[in-house]
Design a protein around this ligand. Structure first.
Ligand code: SAH
Length: 347
């Protein structure tokens, strides 16, 4: 029988696992606490007897990410991690240090199958979904590495969270658990390219997370050339789902708009965007595109970014220009993993 990864278990699952071994339920809670404290082996769980540890190890293990490489920004302390999963796959995560605390950006899939034309994560499609435990372990491993608490999590690394929906829901309940990391749902952001049915389902759950939508274009003709998902769920449907989300949760939605030179960065694009945002409780993040080597897109010039923001403001739409962190270790989403894999190939 294949051994199970206890890091991927909820408290309830751990309790019934222990009961299945003929043990008391409270042992499940002890193990849950150890794992979420960052312990990497069952032998480190010193309040369990040796016999019990042996018994557990016959059936289970604790899956751990291994740090393959860390790049640390000399400018602002941003850290980019390359992790190796138990099966040898590679993922990346980022730690951003703000005055109000540590934010970790996690990946939710190995690769991505959404096909956005400006993004590096999707260049070779998706390899597999991450488990809830593997998503959580990105946070746990980074806490261990820096010896400090992580206060915020953004699901903005590689992969599409709503394409790995069940594991994401489980991840939320793990990371939010009072016996675990206890990170508040209000401190968690999920970013999606706009998988409408899953957005509706999420809205019905009325979680207090922040939802971020990768919009990047104000009309269907343009958005469909950049994001294949738009052919399935065009902007009007997407915005309807956003309104539904706001109605159900009372939470403001964040829209992400990566500015690409001569593609989506003109004043008329800004005007069109402002019109579309009418009546939605929203905030827009303007992000100068991160140049991806394999793509021909260039980043918009800063004066265009400022003008774009000006037009939005004039029409009553709140927009901030996202401060670039870790510019000296810059590798756009998914780039780090790609470079690493390429390096391996040429070895
Ligand atoms: N799949 C999810 C989350 C992962 S990407 C989503 O689509 O939202 C996180 C954010 O980075 C998204 O807004 C994505 O569109 C954006 N992004 C991807 N490649 C980028 C690039 N080269 N420059 C700037 N932003 C990029």
């Amino acid at each position: 029988m294949e051994k199970v990864d206890l890091k991927n278990y909820s408290l309830k699952e751990l309790e019934s696992f222990l009961e299945g071994l003929g043990e008391k339920k409270f042992r499940g809670k002890q193990i849950f606490q150890w794992i979420h404290k960052g312990v990497m082996t069952i032998d480190e769980m010193t309040n369990l007897s040796k016999e019990l540890r042996v018994k557990i190890k016959e059936k289970a293990y604790i899956g751990n990410l291994k740090v393959e490489n860390v790049l640390i920004s000399k400018i602002d302390g941003t850290r980019k991690y390359l992790f190796v999963l138990e099966d040898g796959n590679i993922i990346e995560s980022v730690l951003m240090r703000y005055e109000h605390g540590n934010t970790v950006c996690v990946s939710c899939q190995v690769g991505c199958r959404m096909g956005c034309t400006f993004c590096a994560s999707t260049l070779e499609g998706v390899v597999r979904n991450l488990t809830a435990g593997e998503i959580l372990d990105q946070v746990i491993s980074i806490q261990r590495d820096i010896g400090d608490r992580v206060s915020n999590v953004v699901l903005m690394g590689s992969g599409e969270p709503l394409d790995n929906y069940d594991e994401i829901l489980k991840f939320l309940s793990l990371v939010n658990h009072s016996e675990g990391l206890n990170i508040g749902l209000r401190s968690i952001t999920i970013s999606t390219c706009g998988i409408v049915p899953k957005m509706m389902d999420l809205a019905d759950r009325k979680l207090q997370i922040t939802l971020a939508i990768s919009l990047h274009a104000p009309n269907d003709a343009l958005r469909s050339t950049m994001m294949p998902v738009n052919r399935k769920y065009p902007i009007e449907e997407l915005l309807k789902a956003c309104k539904y989300y706001v109605d159900k949760t009372g939470r403001r939605i964040t829209f992400e708009y990566a500015l690409i030179r001569d593609v989506n960065d003109s004043e008329s694009h800004a005007l069109e965007l402002a019109r579309r945002m009418k009546g939605i409780l929203s905030h827009i993040n303007l992000i100068p595109l991160n140049k991806v080597d394999e793509r021909e897109y260039e980043s918009a010039q800063l004066d265009r970014v400022r003008k774009f923001q000006g037009v939005l403001k004039k029409h009553g739409v709140e927009a901030t220009i996202r401060r670039e962190l870790g510019s000296d270790i810059n590798a756009a989403c998914g780039q780090l993993r790609r470079r690493y894999l390429k390096g391996q190939e040429s070895k």
